[in-house]
Design a protein around this ligand. Sequence first.
Ligand code: GAP
Length: 513
Amino acid sequence: MNNEDLFKKVVSHCKEYGFVFPSSEIYDGLAAVYDYGQNGVELRNNIRQYWWKAMTQLQTNILGIDAAIFMHPKTWKASGHIDGFSDPMIDNKDSKKRYRADVLLEEHQEKLRAKADKEVEKARARFGDSFDEAMYRSTNPRVVEYLNAIAHIDNTLKEGLETGNLGMIKALIEELGIVCPVSGSKNWTDVRQFNLMYSTQMSAVESGEDSLYLRPETAQGIFVNFLNVQKSGRAKIPFGIAQTGKAFRNEIVARQFIMRMKEFEQMEMQFFCKPGTELEWYAYWKEQRLKWHLALGTDKNSYRYHDHVKLAHYANAAVDIEFDFPFGFKEVEGIHSRTDFDLSKHEEFSGKKLRYFDPETNESYIPYVVETSIGLDRMFLLSLCAAYQEETVEGGELRTVLKLHPALAPVKAAILPLVKKDGLPELAEKIYNDLRFDFKLYIEDKDSIGKRYRRMDAIGTPFCITVDHDSITNDDVTIRHRDTMEQRRVKVSELRDILAKETGMSALLQKLV
Ligand code: GAP
């Protein structure tokens, strides 16, 4: 299966098996907004819980909060989101379609890169073992031309954005002859900055003064509560504050399913530390966060770090954790060393001191912050892409199976009476009723056992527990493992311990310490 097929299959699997639906689908949906179905919500809750426990339960010095989505409008002035949280947009006058100017240019660069790679591959075939790729890339006139054009785009885009000279960016789009993918024309408007925040009103009367924003990140709710938590929690530096919650961005170029949404959820942690120690903590969190991902059993070659070379002016280190999605390596999480930028800005705009008094040195200072920020929806998509498999099983039948980590699986076990008579459904129900206080289970007596196994494989249920005639006399059942499809006989009284050990979160969390 190629990557494009895999991605299409994951998207349609999500709908067919109740993981993700387009929002308000009966009205033809809403672009870049999605709803989670009965299995999706369980998977999402489990991912969130894994993150939350790793942060607030395993780490002795991280405290959780849940700040409101609405915040005082000055928050966004202080954070820089009102003035700087925007994308350069351009419209095509013929198709009336709006595009991110930087994305149009990046797509053009991709085409040039592909052309250069094609030349290199042709030469490799021609020269065989004696081929020196580095030499060819630096000397072949056609390849050099492509690579220079790529660098020219990078430089002009950077200069245009940094100096606010958006005319330069439009001129570049015209110079490169970029056409609208819909109309095919070059009839472009000027490039304008378009703020990504959604605004609304606090009261019923529109007055401009009370306009509010839907938060574009959860982090600011942590910064403004820094002293509240520190004082009420008697927290000593270094300590962290963690939060999960919805964020909203008016993404114009929303693509790749739930990868880039207008309403999404973030899981963020700000770690407050003494100035001068931040790079040590940054290294710690960089390693710790990748460990969190890898503990789920995902192939480590599917992950990579992308260290930022160009840093935001307030950051002194930043890295993305990228995952090899079917459409290439993309960011799933960011770790940023943000210095004292945010707290200093909030001090300036609120007029309130946001300092930590260090009782050991008798000093007061604004702490430095290392942030870890991961998108829950992206982690959800990652989990599905990594777990989705099609296998040919005995008899040549194809089974689709989600090999999710058992602790993340929406349903932990299915209780299946072999037939719908002879007291088997009643015994199955008794087992279900006994275990449902501890585990999310499923019980079903319709269809052949084979069909029921397949449906459970498709939603990633780690265990199927089959109740048969021997179960009535022997008080035992068959337990089938999703990945190996192996079956073994166990006593009913053993089920609770088996499920707790195999599907609980504690074994997963133990890998992190
Ligand atoms: N507080 C830092 C911050 O918000 P970000 O890189 O803009 O940094 C952090 O976002 C994470 O949030 C990203 O790594 C990504 O996983 C997720 N994210 C950002 N925008 C998103 C969107 N439009 N849809 C889904 N997830 C998004």
